[in-house]
Ligand binder design. Structure first.
Ligand code: BES
Ligand code: MN
Ligand code: ZN
Length: 511
């Protein structure tokens, strides 16, 4: 899939684009210092003013967020078609407003079959302060490119399908703006890579295929990538990961990524991902209803893969190590059973109460592995871990939890700066009681209360108490997002790739 392209010109008249895009903010009577009509090259323009009058009278276009009005064969400023792009109240401007605005424009171009459009920057970015302009342009491009993602590999090629080619930004051109659009391209590329991994069905994206695709991504960018198979895992005594893989005919893979572009003296940050290429539940089989969605149970792992792509493409100076645990959870004849006891890499024993609580098992071994071999300064894990987080928070945010408040604060800061929501859930000590086992050190599932925090508490058992660690439960946020127009309503969202990349780029030693 080719990403649409962006360019910048200082002129406003001489582009080849068939359509002009005018951004439209809603006016408020109290906003005296704001122009009531879009400006043209910083000045009022009589044609735009006349159009504004018509719009005011007709009331068909109100300028609310993400409202797009297309006027075909409407001449303005030398263009013969016009998009009016609603951006809401200028007082409520944020990067997310234009990120979604960019997505709304992409969808409208696709619908109206307008391959290229010219964006009148004065009007679209009228809500941004001068200091916000560069990040606003980046956000606009991100939304546009993210909206353009589609997983089409398994569909017959459609000769009549229409391709959106991109945008020309009118009126301003600078190195900073060109860079902003380029950054948006790399970030959207990384998110779309993660999405494409998730959208591949379980029979296509097996653990083996997962490792092949991640290795290719890494090799293309000079990132070190090594993969452990069943033999190597046996040597490492990864009994929890192997236990989950036991019921499947597919070989499990542990994919290790090393991106060491930071100071030599600095310990790496570890990113660990849950990669269930399919989660049937195992012997504790899931109900059939929506079981097909469990092909997305590797989105934590896809997040890690996407972040590494972005780290390399954006040339971020940091030491980061990634560990992806990939396997299926199947109820085969050799599958582990409720009541079985398995041992983790460092010898902690776990009673398997429910074979469907498998994500925490494979993460435990993956986290022990990265702690043993890489001595990280901090660790984060990503997982579609619990249905309970979907019940508690829905799809609109990611549940986070951890034991280090400084690290959590940094995640929240990155969340604000990228508009990728997170919501903290507690890891109280009281939750530990319910994970006690009669036969082993710990059991993998307790009662129905506080399911997400209990899963986090299970993971905490495998994290060195001195290591700053944060767990991301993306079970709600990772796919089928109806809340944001640059995410697919059917398909993987790639949530957290932008946030984590930003977090790594702006890393500071957690206080
Ligand atoms: N992959 C699921 C969690 C999940 C469920 C993600 C629904 C997205 C939507 C996970 O492996 C799982 O099955 N968790 C169980 C844990 C329980 C058995 C303790 C759950 O949430 O029901
Ligand atoms: Mn499960
Ligand atoms: Zn799962």
């Amino acid at each position: 899939m080719n990403l649409p392209k962006f360019d910048f010109v200082t002129t406003t008249e001489t582009t080849q684009s068939p359509a002009l895009v005018l951004g439209w903010y809603q006016t408020e009577t109290q906003e005296k210092d704001q122009p009531s009509y879009p400006l043209y090259r910083g000045k009022r323009n009589k044609d735009i003013d006349a159009l504004s009058e018509q719009i005011k009278v007709s009331k068909h276009f109100t300028g609310k967020r993400n409202e797009v009005n297309f006027l075909r064969f409407f001449s303005l400023l030398g263009y013969s078609n016009l998009f009016l792009l609603g951006l809401g109240k200028s007082k409520k401007f944020s990067c997310e407003v234009v990120r979604q605005g960019g997505a709304a424009l992409y969808h409208a171009q696709k619908r109206e079959k307008i391959s290229k459009a010219a964006v009148q920057m004065d009007s679209v970015f009228a809500g941004a302060k001068p200091s916000e302009l560069v990040s606003a342009v980046q956000a606009f491009c991100e939304g546009y490119l993210l909206a353009g993602y589609e997983y089409k590999d398994l569909k017959k090629a459609d000769p009549s399908s229409f391709e959106v080619l991109g945008l020309t930004f009118l009126g301003m051109k600078s190195v900073a703006l060109i860079k902003a659009a380029e950054r948006a391209g790399f970030l959207a590329g990384a998110v779309n890579f993660a999405r494409s991994l998730g959208d591949r069905p379980g029979n296509v994206l097996t653990p083996n295929e997962f490792s092949r695709l991640v290795e290719k991504m890494a090799k293309d960018r000079g990132i070190k990538c090594t993969t452990l198979g069943r033999k190597e895992m046996e040597k490492e005594k990864m009994g929890l990961l192997l236990g989950v893989a036991q019921g499947s005919a597919e070989e499990p893979k542990l994919i290790v990524l090393e991106y060491m572009k930071g100071k030599k003296s600095e310990k790496p940050i570890a990113l660990v991902g849950k990669g269930l290429t399919f989660d049937s539940g195992g012997i504790s089989l899931k109900p059939a209803d929506r079981m097909e969605e469990m092909k997305y149970d590797m989105m934590g792992a896809a997040t890690v893969a996407g972040v590494f792509q972005a780290l390399a493409d954006l040339k971020i100076s940091r030491n980061v190590v990634g560990v992806i645990a990939a396997t299926e959870n199947m109820p085969g004849g050799r599958a582990q059973k409720p009541g079985d006891v398995q041992k983790s890499m460092t010898g902690k024993s776990v009673e398997i109460i429910n074979t469907d609580a498998e994500g925490r098992l494979i993460l435990a071994d993956a986290m022990e592995y990265v702690q043993k071999y890489f001595a990280p300064q901090a660790m984060a894990d990503f997982a579609t871990l619990t249905g309970a987080v979907v019940v508690a928070l829905g799809t609109v945010t990611t549940g986070i939890m951890g034991t280090h408040s400084g690290l959590i604060d940094d995640v929240k800061k990155a969340s604000k700066e990228t508009d990728e929501r997170v919501w903290e859930l507690p890891l109280y000590e009281e939750y530990e009681e319910d994970l006690k086992s009669a036969t082993a050190d710990i059991r993998n599932s307790g009662n129905r209360e506080a399911g997400s925090s209990k899963a986090g508490t299970f993971l905490k058992f495998f994290v060195d108490s001195k290591l700053p660690w944060v767990h991301f439960d993306i079970a709600g946020s990772a796919w089928y997002r109806k809340d944001i127009n640059y995410h697919p309503t059917k398909g993987a969202s790639g949530a957290m790739v932008r946030l984590v990349t930003h977090w790594m780029e702006n890393w500071r030693n957690p206080k």
